[in-house]
Ligand binder design. Sequence first.
Ligand SMILES: C=C(O[C@@H]1C=C(C(=O)O)C=C[C@H]1O)C(=O)O
Length: 403
Amino acid sequence: MPGLRVRTERAELGRLLEHADPRAPLAIRRGVDGIVGRGEALRLEFSGPSRLSDAADAWRRVAQDAVVDDAVGVPGTGLVAFGAFAFDDDSAATSVLIVPQVVVGRRGDDEWITWIGDEGRLHPTAVDEVRVELADGAIDAERYRAVVAEATERIRSGEAEKLVVARDRVGQLPPDGDVRSVAVGLVQRYPDAVTYAVDGLVGASPETLVAAHRGHFFSRVLAGTAARGATPARDAEIAEALASGDKDLREHRFAADSAMAVLRELAPDARASEPFPLRLPNLWHLATDITGTLGEGRSTLDVLALLHPTAAVAGTPRAASLRIIRELEGVDRGRYAGPVGWVDGDGGGEWVIALRGAEIAPDGAIRAFAGAGIVAGSDPAAELAETAVKLRPITDALADPLP
Ligand SMILES: C=C(O[C@@H]1C=C(C(=O)O)C=C[C@H]1O)C(=O)O
């Protein structure tokens, strides 16, 4: 196959999401910055246990063969692919890397357009509002409480130390419903999170698996959650309690330690911050930031191949937790809690965990998931309430997209 022809030039864009396809938007946004793609110049599909390392190898070949003319040269220009990967090795969901035909992007004062293959004109279209209410899915509130209780039993009997179990909510997008409206609703409400829309997967994630540019990487581990307080004083107390509470710190350590162990393998200079409370519009999380330098020739996809699934979305130990989650949830997570993001020709890019979102199938069927980390002593009612808060971003964006 001949290599892709890629050309980036400066442009004036207006609203980024208006350049995306209404039914199949490709977008990774953080506030006003981000990239949006349209069309498919190349689509690579992967599945099974080696889906991430296969993608890393395939992408190296695509990047090697591409002929790139990049007049802007900031993260997100030149050759890029959007990607979304299944959570589980055994998932029926495919994992994809998509190189669009056109990418538009903004970063600070820079705005650009990248043509992949034939060059043409932009056709921005206004975003149409869709409104969808979600209903009980395969795991309703009662069943979720039972799943959490069973998870704590399994932990007590020594089968695992931490298990992240999720529940789902479902809905139906109207025919020709504009998926971009969901992304607009998320960008406006969660400007500090990464709003993603890739191959039907859409949400706003606060958790960066890996972001890298010229070998320097950043990773943010989240585990440990509390709802925001109604008054500033109460809110401060909650953050303080989260950062000093034994249960949350223990739950957090599992996730931070496992991420650090993996990242050290790829980057001996990896350094972790102390856990700190991170404020989001709807809740507090305990966070650890990890930074370092990737070895020569390592891409963000190589990092994902080792890092996914972290203890923040699976559990500890990894293999046992995956087996037990499958058994307790009894539904295919699809791409929920898998990596979603973009990669460039040098292997740099930004990947977040597909949380706080939903998958929209080609027929418009919507399935949203949210989960919570269970450790010894977790309370089913509290974990149910936590998942309700985590479902709010996608529930609100679907119910009232353009507030
Ligand atoms: C599993 C989810 O979130 C994860 C679990 C968390 C927790 O248990 O405290 C916190 C952040 C995420 O790593 C989700 O949002 O669905």
